[in-house]
Design a protein around this ligand. Structure first.
Ligand SMILES: O=C(O)c1cc(=O)[nH]c(=O)n1[C@@H]1O[C@H](COP(=O)(O)O)[C@@H](O)[C@H]1O
Length: 233
């Protein structure tokens, strides 16, 4: 089932059972689901089959980053399992991203392929430590333009950069933004954060929300509160 909702709920759980317990409380007409490294490493492709069987569109968030041939193969494998979206690290460079896109096109696979720019948990000091002296916003812009030119359908960035990327890369270029913190939630390990309605106003096309929903005492109430924040604009 496809949904008009911009919400992607991150199923960051340590077991298939825990993830499905949450998924069974959610509705595929109200959100998409994201499967990340921990859950996929534990459950393997079974989780994808189970979520697809429940009608959800799935973002497989494994952030591939390797030599072009390896990443192209991994992206193909993800797409052949029917996921709605898959991602790579833009830091893998132009040839890696081009190889991934070419592989999808060659096999007629329509999975959305997006690239992570600068992780939302990182700020200027973190970038400096890994040898990047540019401020986060500038590095995000550089990697987003490279991702667009390398055939990506969009990027993962923080909502703080979304409006600038709309200008640079256009409205159609997907801006998938984690680091979303509704009014009731804490930032935790995230650094470049924004509230849901502000993120949409800034040009995000999709909002990734994890702990504010999955760790809430009442996850359904948390989801409804986010929807209300979005509706109030
Ligand atoms: O690619 C991602 O989804 C991602 C990229 C990024 O820069 N920052 C980021 O937080 N994420 C993911 O988005 C989710 C955010 O979860 P919460 O911080 O719990 O809302 C996690 O599953 C992260 O792995």
């Amino acid at each position: 089932m496809s949904t008009a909702s911009p919400l992607i709920i991150a199923l960051d759980y340590a077991s298939l059972d825990a993830a499905l317990c949450m998924a069974d409380r959610l509705d595929p007409s109200r959100c998409r689901l994201k499967v990340g490294k921990e859950l996929f490493t534990r459950s393997g492709p079974d989780i994808l089959e189970a979520l697809h069987g429940r009608g959800f569109e799935v973002f497989l968030d494994l952030k591939f980053h390797d030599i072009p041939n390896t990443v192209a193969g991994a992206v193909q494998a993800a797409a052949e399992q029917g996921v709605w979206m898959v991602n790579v690290h833009a830091g893998g460079g132009r040839r890696m991203m081009e190889a991934a896109r070419e592989r999808l096109d060659h096999h007629g696979l329509s999975t959305h392929l997006i690239a992570v720019t600068v992780l939302t948990s990182m700020e200027a000091e973190d970038l400096a430590e890994v040898g990047v002296s540019a401020p986060p916003a500038e590095q995000v812009e550089r990697l987003a333009v490279l991702a667009r030119d390398s055939g990506m359908h969009g990027v993962v960035c923080s909502a703080q950069e979304a409006s600038r990327l709309n200008t640079l890369c256009g409205d159609d270029f997907l801006k998938v933004t984690p680091g979303i913190r509704p009014s009731f939630a804490v930032a935790g390990d995230q650094r470049r954060v924004m509230a849901p309605a502000e993120a949409m106003a800034a040009g995000s096309t999709h909002l990734v929300v994890g702990r504010p929903v999955t760790q809430a005492e009442d996850p359904m109430a948390a989801l409804a509160a986010i929807e209300a924040e979005l509706a109030a604009g």
